[in-house]
Design a protein around this ligand. Structure first.
Ligand code: PLP
Length: 346
């Protein structure tokens, strides 16, 4: 199927030119800068940041093995997903397809942008139904798939997703916020094969930088150019760019931490399996575990009374009586298990 951006992008967005900031019009590092009405007295932050985060993108291109012009950096991946809605969907008219259960922000973004969100159920084991997705996606602008999925934790079937790339002529967005915890492969290396593929990642999870709000979008150059027209000029602040760059230059440390989290995940899984209140543990490819108990409201309260905070997902589709627990440090996980075992005895 043909991917035709002219038909997909909102006409007003297609027609507009990107806002040109002071730092767009002169991009050199050296000079007497009297163009942006900044306070000239030097500090770490008296100058506006690079609007295109070039140093950060150079590093990202190496770490992620993509081209710099295939990258957009956002104030969290939530900003990047919002840009996609605003670039492609005419409010009150267009629709987007996703799965359920999935990440709650998609619904918020759809509502904010007055876009209809069609939620196609995963099966009770949380597998993706490609045929159902494609059937619902007739005339839709985007398909939004989270893999590994939140709150279920599982990776979606790769071949089913590849099939969707070839059969859908809109944009297919894969939210890979948790990909670094998975044995599964990222879709980044498919960017050159599928012009309609867009991958979203984040520094908030495996990279340990939720506090600096850095989200990553990867897509074909034409899509990236469109998003660059819409993004606020200085959407990623100077401190975040610096912190992110330093962390990316130390990916060994990131890999070390991810390994620790995965070892802890195995340990927590084993202990959950032994607990008589745990009725089902769902397969996880992420840094959290979804598990089912007899009464999740009651167990949630028990945890809360003991100042252990987990997420009660019982209201999510097919997640009745399910709790979601993030993998913490060894000590935090010990406390989680200890409190769970006290419930066991009560
Ligand atoms: C945590 C999470 C994100 C990350 O969002 P940021 O805005 O980058 O912090 C994205 N998608 C999913 C599914 C998540 O769970």
């Amino acid at each position: 199927m043909e991917f035709n951006l002219t038909n997909l992008v909102r006409p007003n967005v297609l027609a507009m030119k990107a806002y040109s900031s002071a730092r767009d019009e002169y991009s050199g590092h050296e000079g007497v800068f009297l163009d942006a009405n900044e306070n000239p007295f030097p500090s770490a932050v008296n100058r506006y940041p690079d609007p295109y985060q070039r140093d950060l993108k150079e590093e990202l291109a190496q770490v992620k093995r993509v081209q710099t012009n295939q990258i957009i950096v956002g104030n969290g991946s939530d900003e990047i997903l919002d840009l996609l809605f605003r670039a492609f969907c005419v409010p009150g008219k267009d629709k987007v397809v996703t799965i359920k259960p999935t990440y709650g922000m998609y619904d918020v973004l759809a509502q904010t942008n007055d876009v209809q969100l069609i939620e196609v159920p995963l099966d009770p084991d949380f597998n993706l139904d490609g045929e159902a997705i494609l059937a619902s996606a007739q005339g839709a602008k985007m398909i939004l798939l989270c893999s590994p999925n939140n709150p279920t934790g599982n990776l979606l079937n790769r071949n089913v997703i590849l099939d969707i790339f070839t059969k859908f002529n809109g944009l297919v967005v894969i939210d890979e916020a948790y990909i670094d915890f998975s044995n599964g492969k990222t879709f980044l290396q498919e960017l050159n094969n599928f012009p309609n593929l867009f991958v979203s990642q984040t520094l908030s999870k495996a990279y340990g930088m939720a506090g600096i709000r850095v989200g990553l979008g990867f897509g074909n150059v034409d899509v990236i150019d469109i998003l660059n027209k819409l993004k606020p000029p200085y959407n990623v602040n100077e401190l975040s760019q610096k912190f992110a760059l330093a962390r990316l230059r130390d990916v060994k440390q990131v890999a070390e931490e991810v390994l620790q989290i995965l070892l802890e995940r195995s340990r927590v899984l084993a202990m959950l399996q032994e607990n008589k209140h745990v009725e089902r543990i769902y397969r996880t490819d992420a840094n959290f575990i979804l598990f089912k108990v007899a009464n999740s409201d009651d167990l949630y309260q028990h945890f809360a009374r003991n100042q252990v905070v987990v997420r009660n997902r019982t209201k999510q589709f097919n997640c009745e009586n399910c709790l979601r627990v993030s993998i913490g440090t060894h000590e935090e996980n010990e406390r989680f298990i200890e409190v769970l075992n006290e419930y066991n005895n009560s």
